[in-house]
Design a protein around this ligand. Structure first.
Ligand code: TYM
Length: 335
């Protein structure tokens, strides 16, 4: 029975184009973990509006992202796939949890510090509150495991702290979740600057490979990827961060160990290697792109998927939220 398995939840923001870092750091693990876990995967549109969004584009990207989940291998027969704003319990729990968290805790979040710099003087209060909403996403379903990339580590720590605090203050209510961060590929770096992470909201499209980039563009982005000052194809993140990043991507896309890839290309130049890697990426993304196109055109299928997902998720979310409200001291609404 599905619900005897441990529970797993994760999500992505429908901002920018889903890119290789998201696939390698998170999505491909989501697909793998479907075997052993009772999984919930959500498109976190409420999170997206912590940064300015154009409504039409947000709507399109939400549907694109749902289709990309499925195209990459998430199976809606086995996992619950839903849009966050379709389950209002997320926002409700976030409010309650926010009343247990402190300004000090939230001020320490490095992602807030980075992102708030981009908003100048008018920093959105939602951006500050964002990690509490993420904690609500996770705690609302009693998730045991949360597969994410390295940049979400601190948010997971906060989630654990909030859960422990609530349990302590009101009695055992929340499962304290664990992060699942892969050993390899948890931090894929930009193709134009190997000292900063690859990001789907980057203003420099050459810095990332979007999962839906056409083959020629993928090849050309790899060809133009910056390389290190040396000439050797070897894995050394400190000394040769650019080529090490390319080797990490290569290994993640093929499942081959880095040592084997480095050995195969030993003595070859960076130029030749980047051409080969471009071909590897095109082939790895081809099936995802084909499946995506098919799914994205099936409007009724997509509507049904969203309706079913929201219904299943909401039923589960309600159970925990009702318990939280009772423990907090809210009077139960008479039926
Ligand atoms: P988001 O949308 O920025 O990224 C989605 C997932 O991709 C991972 N990731 C990366 N992994 C490796 N290398 C990179 N360069 C890279 N860039 C991104 C992220 O770590 C993430 O796992 N706050 C989350 C979304 C969220 C969430 C949640 C996740 C909201 N609620 C509940 C898990 C559980 C975010 O902004 O991810």
């Amino acid at each position: 029975m599905a619900d005897q398995k441990p529970i797993l939840l994760s999500g992505m923001q429908p901002t920018g184009d889903l890119m290789l870092g998201n696939l390698i750091g998170a999505l491909r693990n989501w697909v793998k973990l479907q075997e052993e876990y009772d999984c919930l995967y959500t498109v976190v549109d409420l999170h997206a509006i912590t940064m300015p969004q154009e409504p039409k584009l947000l709507r399109k990207r939400t549907l694109d992202l749902l289709c990309l989940y499925l195209a990459a291998g998430i199976d809606p027969e086995r996992s619950t796939v839903f849009v966050q704003s379709h389950v209002p319990e997320h926002a409700e729990l976030a409010w309650i949890l926010g009343c247990t968290g402190t300004m000090g805790e939230l001020s320490r979040m490095t992602q807030f510090k980075d992102k708030s710099q981009r908003q100048g003087k008018n920093i959105r209060a939602g951006l500050f509150f964002y990690p509490v909403l993420m904690a609500a996403d996770i705690l609302l379903y009693g998730a045991d495991l949360v597969p994410v990339g390295d940049d979400q580590r601190q948010h997971l720590e906060l989630t654990r702290d909030l859960a422990i605090r609530f349990n302590h203050q009101y009695s055992d209510t929340f499962t304290v979740p664990k992060a699942y961060i892969p050993e390899m590929g948890a931090r894929i770096m930009s193709l134009t600057d190997p000292t900063s992470k690859m990001s789907k909201s980057s203003e420099q499209p050459k810095s990332y490979i979007a999962l839906l980039d056409p083959p020629d563009l993928i090849r050309s982005k790899f060809k133009k990827a910056v390389t290190d000052s040396g000439t050797e194809i070897r894995y050394d993140p400190e000394g040769s961060p650019a080529i090490s990043n390319l080797l990490t991507i290569h290994s993640a896309l093929t499942g081959k160990p880095i040592a084997e890839i480095a050995e195969r290309f030993s003595g070859k130049g960076y130029g030749e290697y980047k051409v080969a890697l471009g071909d590897v990426a095109v082939e790895a993304l081809r099936p995802i792109q084909e499946k995506f196109k098919e799914l994205r055109e099936d409007k009724p299928g997509l509507s049904k998927l969203m309706a079913d997902g929201a219904r299943l998720a909401q039923r589960r979310a309600r159970r925990i939220l009702d318990k939280v409200k009772r423990k907090t001291g809210f009077v139960t609404r008479p039926r």
